[in-house]
Design a protein around this ligand. Structure first.
Ligand code: DX5
Ligand code: ZN
Length: 213
């Protein structure tokens, strides 16, 4: 089963509660929350205080994508704010295994994310410890960028790595996902699709979400 996780990066931040309700009634599975620090990526968004506020408005699964340096500093804050999952970039921490253990220790699901140019070998040793691997299909930092086609075989290679290891790990893709690129990544083995501008820019949000399944 494919899960759809609309990214609120493309929502109107002045009406966040309404924007989340909009995707909830349209049948989205998760809320994808893009946290950016202006250091790891050239953009700033929001942190745990905003997550805490929106937590009061919905029961939906909060999938927090941390595009920040040293994400281990924020694990307790995100747990307290009501995050269900934290996904950290392998490029952002010197102690990835410890970071993942801390996220799991807080009772959250844990994922690792890879930039387009980061090889799959960087997740080989951590695969048995994570619930999900996020493969970026654009360079992180902004919504509305074009899908990088060469990431499709990368998804397929990761799916094979997971199967060969006898593991049950989800593959999420993020960036440039629409009704066309969704077909390619699903065929390659991705089962959780993030979409920001495609969902929030649609006239009919429900139809947009359905078109990705
Ligand atoms: C990019 C973010 C994405 C972003 C995707 O750094 O991680 O989640 O919202 O936006 P679209 O779907 O518009 O490419
Ligand atoms: Zn994201």
């Amino acid at each position: 089963m494919v899960k759809i996780a609309p990214s609120i990066l493309s929502a109107d931040f002045a009406f966040l509660a309404d924007e989340i309700k909009k995707i909830e009634v349209a049948g989205a599975d998760w809320v994808h929350i893009d946290v950016m620090d202006g250091q790891f990526v050239p953009n700033l968004t929001f942190g745990a205080p905003v997550v805490k506020c929106i937590r009061k408005t919905t029961e939906m699964f909060f999938d927090c994508h941390l595009m920040v340096e040293n994400p281990e500093k924020y694990i307790a804050d995100f747990k307290a704010a009501g995050a269900d999952q934290m996904v950290v970039h392998v490029e952002t921490t010197k102690h990835l295994h410890r970071c993942i253990q801390q996220i799991k220790g807080e009772g959250m699901k844990a994922g690792v994310a890879l930039n387009p140019a980061t090889p799959l070998s960087t997740v080989e040793e951590i695969l048995p410890y994570v619930d999900m691997v996020l493969l970026m299909t654009v360079n992180p930092g902004f919504g509305g960028q074009s899908f990088i086609e060469s990431m499709v075989p990368k998804v397929a290679r990761l799916r094979k790595m997971i199967t060969d290891a006898g593991l049950d790990v989800d593959i999420q893709v993020d960036g440039g996902i629409n009704d066309k690129t969704a077909v390619l990544v699903k065929e390659a083995g991705a089962n959780i699709l993030v979409a920001g501008s495609y969902v929030y820019g649609a006239q009919d949000v429900k139809a947009a979400i359905e078109s990705l399944r």
